[in-house]
Design a protein around this ligand. Structure first.
Ligand code: SF4
Length: 321
């Protein structure tokens, strides 16, 4: 990771994303709100990888889509290099999970990669061609890939095309939304290594969304653990993996999968289902599944605060380790 600047590259400040539920009958009488993300604050520094982890329904993809500008938050603020995010759209790009549906099958690779530049009127046609050719090389595709179409490539190669397309506007931050999980296990390491080498070359930052803590352990500088849309833990990766503070993080780590190995079954703690985000439990939202829950946990939401003796490791728990 490069030296940290005084102003974070990205600031997410008390961000919430709510989805009012529209419908007839019961829904009409009892206006329900799905709280996908609730009061989340975090930063991403220049050159840093921050991973968003949690089970499905934790809010990590919703939060990533807000940062990528694909969704408007209900409340809170986003700043990029200290400025409102709206003026910095080129600086943040996204790579999706599924390279099959992310690329228009009717466009050759040259057009797919150059399209963001064309839309933003960057450079002359010759400059765009040169930049596209350089990107194809940087992501490890052969030069003749430029004139071919997405269906002519494997899943891993398509993800390389999607990465080249995301890199075209020269972003400072890439939101990578489960970029490995649609790929064969044998290809995942190659794409992971590509993401790492691009980061080193370009001093790029990643907001890396993943349910796979094995991958996160390879890539992340810091980890944000989300549960029911809230931050459960936010800590440097080394500290979090060595000594998780929050009981939810501890439970996730007991079932850590590795690249090249099938996911093991969840721990006993997490065998029960996550509650509905339409009706989050009172107090600590994790209390119905928490092996350490006490009476206070059922009524008092815990604040995100440092673990004992570890000022950079924050956890939202009354009884943090
Ligand atoms: Fe478990 Fe209580 Fe901590 Fe919540 S606050 S994680 S219920 S111990």
């Amino acid at each position: 990771m490069s030296e940290l600047a005084a102003t974070p590259l990205l600031e997410v400040d008390r961000l919430s994303v709510h989805f009012p539920q529209h419908g007839g009958g019961w829904f009409r009488r009892h206006r329900q709100v799905l709280r996908a993300v609730e009061n989340v604050s975090l930063t991403v520094e220049s050159g840093e990888t921050v991973a968003l982890v949690g089970e499905s329904g934790s809010g990590k993809t919703t939060l990533g889509s807000v940062v990528a500008g694909l969704r408007t938050p209900t409340a809170g603020r986003l700043r990029f290099r200290g400025q409102p995010l709206e003026g910095a759209r080129r600086g943040i790009q996204i790579v999706f999970q599924d390279p099959y549906s992310a690329l228009d099958p009717r466009m050759p690779v040259s057009s797919l990669i150059a399209e963001p530049l064309l839309i933003q009127r960057v450079g002359t046609a010759a400059e765009r061609r040169a930049r596209t050719a350089a990107l194809v090389e940087q992501v490890g595709l052969p030069a003749d890939a430029l004139n071919r179409y997405p269906h002519e490539f494997s899943g891993g190669q398509r993800q390389r095309i999607a990465i080249a397309r995301a890199l075209a506007p020269d972003p400072a931050l890439i939101v990578a939304d489960e970029p490995l999980s649609a790929l064969d296990v044998s290809v995942q390491s190659q794409i992971l290594n590509l993401l790492k080498s691009i980061q080193e070359t370009r001093k790029l930052s990643y907001l890396f969304i993943s349910h796979d803590l094995g991958v996160v352990n390879h890539l992340a500088d810091r980890v944000a653990v989300l549960y029911l849309g809230r931050l459960a833990e936010l800590a440097p990766a080394a500290e979090l993996f060595a000594r998780p503070s929050h009981p939810y993080t501890q439970a996730l780590l007991t079932a850590i999968p590795r690249i090249g190995r099938r996911r093991t079954r969840g721990s006993r703690t997490l065998r029960s289902e996550m509650p509905s985000p339409l009706a989050p439990p009172p107090g600590c939202v994790f209390h119905p599944r928490c092996p350490k829950a006490q009476a206070i946990c059922r009524t008092e939401p815990p604040a995100l605060a440092p673990a004992p003796g570890r000022p950079r490791q924050l956890a939202a728990c009354h009884f943090k380790d």
